[in-house]
Design a protein around this ligand. Structure first.
Ligand SMILES: C[S@@+](CC[C@H](N)C(=O)[O-])C[C@H]1O[C@@H](n2cnc3c(N)ncnc32)[C@H](O)[C@@H]1O
Length: 273
């Protein structure tokens, strides 16, 4: 039997209602099989984590991963542009009595990004051994600064969501406007987020892995929420489209529910020194 896990941050959401209350959670219930991108990301990070390493978490959100890794390294810095997420990260740090974590509000942006408003990311030159980026900002927004703060042999381990590619065959049978709700990014686009800045910087010591597993949604209402619908199951909009969604779930659902592709690009890069 495959092992199923919740697909999106649901565990921390269920544990701590503040996460949902502050908007940093996915509202739908879905599950993925073991061996998905998030599992592989953690396994890869673990290959590089050491008790004496200094870590930087790029786009750390409310610090869920940052605080987990803190127990396994010397120091860890979390960088995030949204103040509300950082506020919660700091609350959780104090509650959990974690002493080796620092959080900074920074909008990571590369020299060519229009919204670049900062001079640099906080850590000093030659101070970081391991960079982690779980579904955070794309590489061109921080590669130059990562090279500056990296120690010899430093590695970035990253994970980016793909685009539900190919779109499910029942996509055209969805009610408008939900037909457009699927992310339509191509594999090439997401791969380019990593390899284009590396090529520009002349960095060739990297690896990429696409992980693609089924993501299951169990009910028509879960499909509606996954598509961005915001009403309760009793709401008039949901009631109006419920027959169409039920038809799709009945026709295309497996014994686990209806399937979306759950895709992640996992990557690692050794930074030059
Ligand atoms: C999907 S969340 C993932 C959060 C966290 N890494 C985790 O896995 O729990 C992506 C986070 O990256 C942050 N982010 C995106 N672009 C950013 C940027 N340019 N600078 C700083 N943070 C950014 C977002 O605000 C968001 O909190």
């Amino acid at each position: 039997m495959p092992k199923y896990t919740r697909a999106h941050d649901m565990d921390s959401w269920l544990r701590d209602p503040r996460i949902a209350a502050r908007g940093f959670a996915h509202r739908w219930q879905s599950s993925v099989v073991a061996g998905n991108g998030e599992d592989a990301f953690i396994a890869l990070v673990e290959q590089f984590l050491r008790p004496d390493c200094d870590v930087l978490d790029l786009g750390c959100g409310h610090g869920e991963l940052t605080l987990i890794l803190a127990a396994r390294c010397r120091t860890i810095v979390g960088i995030e542009r949204e103040p509300g997420y950082l506020e919660l990260a700091r609350e959780l740090t104090a509650e959990q009595n974690v002493a080796n974590v620092q959080f900074y509000q920074v909008n990571l942006a590369g020299v060519e990004d229009e919204d670049r408003v900062f001079a640099g990311i906080p850590p000093a030159n030659n101070s970081i051994d391991l960079f982690v980026n779980r579904r955070g900002p794309i590489l061109r927004r921080y590669l130059d600064e990562a090279i500056r703060v990296a120690r010899r042999g430093a590695v970035i381990v990253g994970l980016h969501p793909g685009g539900n590619t190919p779109a499910p065959i029942w996509c055209d049978q969805l009610p408008e406007p939900y037909r457009q709700a699927f992310m339509a990014r191509s594999f090439d686009e997401v791969t380019g987020w990593v390899i284009d800045p590396l090529r520009t910087a002349g960095i060739s010591d990297y690896s990429l892995w696409w992980l693609d597993v089924p993501e299951f949604l169990r009910t028509p209402y879960e499909l509606y929420v996954r598509l961005g619908g915001s009403q309760t199951a009793e709401g008039s909009e949901y009631q109006a489209i419920e027959p169409q969604l039920t038809k799709i779930v009945n026709k295309y659902g497996t014994s686990q529910g209806i399937v979306l592709r759950h895709q992640r690009l996992l990557w690692q890069v050794y930074l030059p020194k």
